[in-house]
Design a protein around this ligand. Sequence first.
Ligand code: MG
Length: 382
Amino acid sequence: MPASPRLADYAVHVEQSRGRRYPEAPHPYRDDFQRDRDRIIHSRAFRRLENKTQVFTNRISDHFRTRLTHTIEVAQISRTIAAALQLNEGLVETLALVHDIGHPPFGHSGERALDLAMRKHGARFDHNLHALRIVERFEQRYASHPGLNLTFEVREGIIKHSHDYSPEEYPELAEYFLAQRPPLEAQLIDLTDEIAYNTADLDDGREARLLRLDEIRREISLFERCFRQVEAEFSNVSDKLKFNEALKRMLDRMVTDLIENTRHRLRESGVKTLEDVRHWSVRLAAFSPGVDAERAQAKRFLSEHLYHSESLRPQKADGEKIIHELFTYWIEHPAALPAGYQAQMATEGPARVVCDYIAGMTDNYILGLYRKLTGRAVGKQS
Ligand code: MG
């Protein structure tokens, strides 16, 4: 593979990758990170994202994001930022495409319910660690090895993109240098994820008529500034168009700030190489303090007015109930699990096996199983 001359020294250079668990011959046309990206796209877990909740379970509009379209938006934003910062676009795109692959059905309420069920068995559910299990073990596509055999840097990014795991608590993750910062390519993902959902959820929330333009304008100062600009430039267009244009500018403002502020922090820190990035005391990819405060304001608004709204409570309660009941059912009736899962019981223990089984399901699939096993339907599925 040719070297990558446009990459900064602080970027991850594919030719210096720590490689795969099972060595493979190089590909003539794609470097290792591009191959990892393609392996993710061709995985079953990736296709299932189409039917996993982002925010809305009841599909009252075809325009709402699913976890798949959200993922594609995160990938798009991440590539722009990676290119501007001379980071490895192939690695960033791969990490963006894989970042939500470990999510169970029913979005965050599903995650909470599964974690609650696992705690009763002295364990936890964590979607990043689950994503690692998916790519290392559950995807069966290659005759020569289990899982997708992804490069070290992609596996490291999967677990380290959103938070730090302590080496004492997770000795099984020791190979991923838990005491060090992840490369900038991984650091970006959590921030681009936020840019994507803080804007998309305003859009979908308004489409669902759960959020009103006047309250968004009143409570999110970054949106309000963008909206005023748009009003001054386009007085004769509909509110809907002004909203869309303002939202686009809000997204652009956050992306630009993330690029410029990260560049500024790199300059100030004197960080030159990937090793410097890894050993720096904090993550260097960051919004400026002003935009970060506005980001937090938007996130708080969405949390209060959308994620924890009365209107979404029934769908969340249904999701939690289904997961709780089915988890309990399979713990009590392990013989009802598919043969492949039963075979894992001896090594993994019943709770982890049931957890893995449920976490892999799409919303539709688990709803269908619930109906079949209990004879009861839940919620309005349109
Ligand atoms: Mg996400």
